[in-house]
Design a protein around this ligand. Structure first.
Ligand code: BES
Ligand code: MN
Ligand code: ZN
Length: 500
């Protein structure tokens, strides 16, 4: 599907999309089309329960005397509440209705919105990216998909007076959307396709965009003393990898310290010797969702040439049981020098991140580190699928992330850390154990564990176990991999860490 911007034309064929406010008055293009069609729009509104609220839509098929095959009215809600995100949802709403409708082209007609703070150009750009995000499908493994299930829309033409400005604003947004798609693809791919080496090879392709990519294998990691990460991959036939990405968007002379993002990339989590139950185990191909967000972020930043120096580090391992696998009770030594008693081989994500976090702060001395991980089932018990859990040692950084969360619509909710929780992971044989007290604050003890490897660097841990995968459709995403984190972190970087 491609997206273009141009001047308004009332002779467009295919589907027309018009945005409507709750006062239901038809202005501009809408009133013109209503007039052409002998009042079809007004009559349709009167005959329906469409109120122009956000999330509503009304489809009018084959209106008389217009070249359009259908008109879709999309509600916007109160004009003073329209923002980037609500514009994205409005664009997505149109695509939800039309993507597989048989229409090949959609023309979206945008007038000045009376009472709105957002400019028509910004509104148009965000409508476009919302439409794009919602159009994503992961269908490469269907060999006999029936025609009526396949997307029919090939082009969206967004029409407005200031189309030149809209096009310019859309350019970086489109790069971010493409990066979200990359993350969704990586998460959707099964474990036999994306395993540490094949995943690292995918990441290596970011070099074409100017990202520096280094791949460390098990030999290199052993030299660095990463016994915690290596223990997790020990039972797998697939060699573990640590991938380091650097995007240097600032001038070479810049003295600014980089910012760093770290991701859990367990390409399949069987649980290891502490084997998971069979039912639902297939879901654990998405256990690399945190790393996919980091990789997607790097692609977004490079794609839109962000003026920031950013490091991405992902630990890629497969957690499998075998004769070589790590046992419950084993003690491993992490790169930090701290020892860990592995009580449960299924609490592996924290073992991977322990070394990835330590390595990142040790090598790059970043301004901050943010890690993302599908870390605990317990976070789904606490927050469901609405919010990712965040944990931090830095209130100011949390404030910035929370702002970015409100703007991107990728929700976060903070949970506490404290010395008393920290005691739960003390071990009687090593410096710590990899699980806390059974059935008690499992997401927090996991975060406490990670905190022992950040060495006082300002840090946020984002537990995305509930948000990396959607079991039902979301406003900006068909059910499946969400790409959660890419837009959140891109917004954080854009609003707070880029030179203008
Ligand atoms: N990858 C899982 C967490 C997870 C569970 C993500 C369900 C999404 C859905 C993680 O590695 C794990 O297995 N965590 C254990 C920790 C426990 C053994 C302390 C869990 O949450 O059960
Ligand atoms: Mn696990
Ligand atoms: Zn896991």
């Amino acid at each position: 599907m491609n997206i273009g911007f141009s001047k308004t034309s009332l002779s467009a064929k295919g589907a027309l999309v018009l945005f409507i406010l709750p006062h239901l008055k038809l202005a501009g293009a809408a009133s013109e089309i209503d007039r052409q069609s002998g009042g079809a729009l007004k009559r349709a509104i009167a005959a329906s329960r469409f109120k122009g609220n956000a999330g509503e839509k009304l489809e009018i098929l084959a209106p008389a005397n217009t070249p359009a095959s259908r008109v879709l009215l999309v509600g916007l809600g109160k004009p003073q509440e329209i923002n980037d995100l609500s514009a994205e949802k409005a664009g997505a709403n149109a695509v939800t209705q039309l993507l597989t409708s048989g229409e090949k082209t959609i023309s979206v007609l945008i007038d000045v919105i009376e009472g709105a703070k957002i400019s028509p150009a910004a509104f148009a750009a965000h409508v476009a990216v919302g439409a794009q995000l919602r159009s994503y499908r992961f269908d490469r493994y269907f060999t006999k998909q029936p025609d009526n299930k396949k997307p029919s829309v090939e082009r969206i033409e967004v029409m407005l007076d200031d189309h030149a400005s809209a096009k310019k604003l859309f350019k970086p947004l489109e790069k971010v959307a493409e990066a979200v798609f990359f993350a969704r693809d990586l998460v959707s791919e099964p474990g036999n396709v994306i395993y540490p080496k094949s995943y690292a090879a995918e990441i290596k392709k970011l070099e074409a965009l100017g990202v520096e990519v280094e791949i460390l294998g098990e030999k290199e990691m052993r030299k660095l003393g990463m016994g915690s990460l290596l223990g997790v991959g020990q039972g797998s036939e697939n060699e573990s990898q640590l991938v380091v990405m650097q995007w240097r968007g600032l001038p070479k002379t810049s003295k600014v310290k980089p910012i760093a993002f770290v991701g859990k990339g367990v390409t399949f989590d069987s649980g290891g010797i502490s084997l998971k139950p069979g039912a639902g185990m297939e879901d654990m191909k998405f256990d690399m969702g945190g790393s996919a967000a980091v990789v997607g972020l790097m692609k977004a930043l490079a794609g839109r040439k962000a003026k920031a120096n950013v490091v991405g580090v992902v630990g890629l391992v497969e957690n499998m049981p075998s004769g070589k696998a790590q046992r419950p009770g084993d003690v491993v030594k992490s790169m930090s020098g701290q020892t860990i008693e592995v009580i449960n081989t299924d609490a592996e994500g924290r073992l991977v991140l322990a070394d990835a976090l330590w390595y990142t702060q040790d090598r790059f001395k970043p301004q901050f580190m943010i890690d993302l991980a599908t870390l605990t089932g317990a976070i789904i018990v606490s927050l469901g699928h609405e919010n990712a859990g965040i944990f931090s040692n830095d209130d100011a950084l949390v404030k910035k992330l929370t702002d970015a969360s409100e703007k991107s619509g990728e929700n976060v909710w903070r949970l506490p850390l404290s010395d008393t929780y920290d005691k739960d992971i003390d071990s009687s044989i090593a410096d710590m154990k990899n699980v806390g007290a059974a059935g008690s604050a499992g997401s927090i003890s996991a975060a406490q564990f990670l905190q022992r490897f950040v060495n006082k660097t300002p840090w946020i841990h984002i537990d995305i176990a509930g948000t990396a995968w959607a079991k039902k459709d979301l406003p900006l995403c068909q059910k499946g991999a969400t790409g959660y984190g890419v837009r959140l972190l891109d917004r954080l970087v854009r609003d707070h860490y880029e030179e203008k």
